[in-house]
Design a protein around this ligand. Structure first.
Ligand code: CUA
Length: 276
């Protein structure tokens, strides 16, 4: 019983942030998750905590059962062994109980899985392309009739070029700018080998496969910079193709995309549509 309380207290302490600000990249000696910025990541963390609760109860009962049987049936404590080899009732109990627990876990788990899959009427679509070893991004919502659109490559900032305040191995020369509090869709693909576009605070980990277009949606609830890394072993510089997403207000996003697209007429109309 004491074990349950210790586990519960530890689980609760995990909730309290050890840092004065929100955690949007990996921190030395970090335990547990980075702070969530999307409803999806909040759901993942909530499910994780629920599962840890179930896990604590199961772990405690199984360990208690094992210790008690090893003690009670030790040859010195139990010199005359019993002849019982099976019992129908106990076998039904230890088959049915775990399956009920599994079903109880499966319901919220599937609900979360399918809600992550849902793409809700996105206001902005970005295309994410993995290369050996950098990411490139296209904003094809604003392309002209010739198919020209806002697009750029995003390389890691090397140690020698780091500015004060930049995060080593995580900051990039061109960040992906997206509006906060807006449904954004990312279409993820690759040109050479399989990469994976992963941002822990957003609850995103989407494989980037050559010849395939994967889709993931995000609704970032606060402004900020969110860091991630390629999450599929893709070659010698796999660890050096980070992702930096900057979530800004819709007004700042419009200003940013206007500069990128050099404010063409066709573009201004699109922005008006977005602002509605
Ligand atoms: Cu790209 Cu690992």
């Amino acid at each position: 019983m004491c074990k349950i309380y210790v586990t519960l207290i530890l689980a609760y302490l995990n909730h309290i942030s050890l840092y004065p600000c929100l955690l949007d990249y990996a921190h030395p000696w970090q335990i547990s998750f980075q702070d969530p910025a999307t409803p999806v990541m909040e759901g993942i963390i909530a499910l994780h905590h629920d599962l840890m609760f179930v896990l604590a109860i199961i772990g405690t009962s199984v360990i208690w059962l094992l210790l008690r049987t090893t003690y009670l049936f030790y040859h010195k404590n139990n010199p005359i062994p019993s002849n019982i080899t099976h019992g129908t009732t106990i076998e039904i109990v230890w088959t049915v109980t775990p399956s009920i627990i599994l079903m109880v876990i499966a319901i919220p788990s599937f609900a979360l899985l399918y809600s992550i899959d849902e793409v809700i009427d996105p206001a902005v679509t970005i295309k994410v392309i993995g290369h050996q070893w950098y990411w490139s991004y296209e904003y094809s919502d604003y392309s002209d009739i010739n198919g020209n659109c806002v697009n750029f490559d995003s390389y890691m900032v090397s140690d020698d070029d780091l500015q004060l305040g930049q995060v080593r191995l995580l900051d990039v020369d061109n960040r992906v700018v997206v509006p906060a509090n807006t449904h954004v869709r990312a279409l993820v693909t690759a040109t050479d080998v399989i990469h994976s576009w992963a941002i822990p605070s957003l609850g995103i980990k989407m494989d980037a496969c050559p010849g395939r277009l994967n889709q993931v949606s995000m609704f970032i609830k606060r402004e900020g910079v969110f860091y991630g890394q390629c999450s599929e072993i893709c070659g010698i510089q796999h660890g050096f193709m980070p992702i930096a997403i900057q979530a800004v207000s819709i007004e700042d996003y419009v200003k940013w995309i206007a500069v990128q697209a050099e404010c063409k007429d066709w573009f201004t109309n699109k922005v008006k549509l977005l602002q509605k």
